[in-house]
Write a protein that binds this ligand. Structure first.
Ligand SMILES: [Fe+2]
Ligand SMILES: [Fe+2]
Length: 172
């Protein structure tokens, strides 16, 4: 059984994952609109993954005797300056999500909720991967700078990252 404090912390995290999904969906749509189809596929997929993160939390809260709250949808930005700006804000966003996940983990330790602590380790590991990936992409974009040919190749390369199937919330 979840304590009220942990239930609230997990519901806060559900909202963050939902917001991340919407944010990346807005980025994906902008990229698609601007002919950056590789980046668009990558971002659509990333948006799906965030929704999966949200669902995984929803199931966990409900299975542990809590009540998952489905949050309202926030309007994300409708336009972005460039692909570099997109990945820069994606990285910033992920760093913030990591901080929030660490807060949940901290609350689990305070509450001696070792079950939820164990559950949250999946998110801890996921954040390491996502931050590393966002940093790698940012480094590539910095190398490319304003080179149009480089951007074309980048967009083609990032497509391959988007092609693997999205893991389901139960098996991830
Ligand atoms: Fe996430
Ligand atoms: Fe994420």
């Amino acid at each position: 059984m979840l304590s009220k404090k942990i239930e609230n912390a997990l519901n806060h995290q559900i909202k963050l994952e939902a917001d991340s999904s919407q944010f990346y969906l807005a980025m994906a749509s902008w990229a698609e609109h601007n002919g950056l189809n590789g980046a668009a596929s990558f971002l659509y997929r990333h948006s799906d993954e965030e929704r999966m993160h949200m669902l995984k939390l929803v199931h966990y809260v409900n299975e542990r005797g809590g009540k998952a709250i489905i949050p309202s949808i926030q309007q994300p930005p409708t336009s972005f300056q460039s692909l570099s700006h997109i990945f820069e804000s994606l990285l910033k966003h992920e760093i913030n999500v990591t901080k929030e996940i660490n807060k949940v983990v901290g609350a689990c330790l305070e509450d001696k909720d070792y079950t939820t602590h164990h559950f949250m380790q999946w998110y801890v590991a996921e954040q390491i991967e996502e931050e590393a990936l966002a940093r790698t992409i940012m480094d590539k974009l910095k190398l490319i700078g304003n080179d149009k040919g480089g951007l074309y190749l980048f967009d083609r390369d990032i497509q391959t990252l988007a092609n693997a199937p999205v893991p389901s919330p139960k098996t991830a």
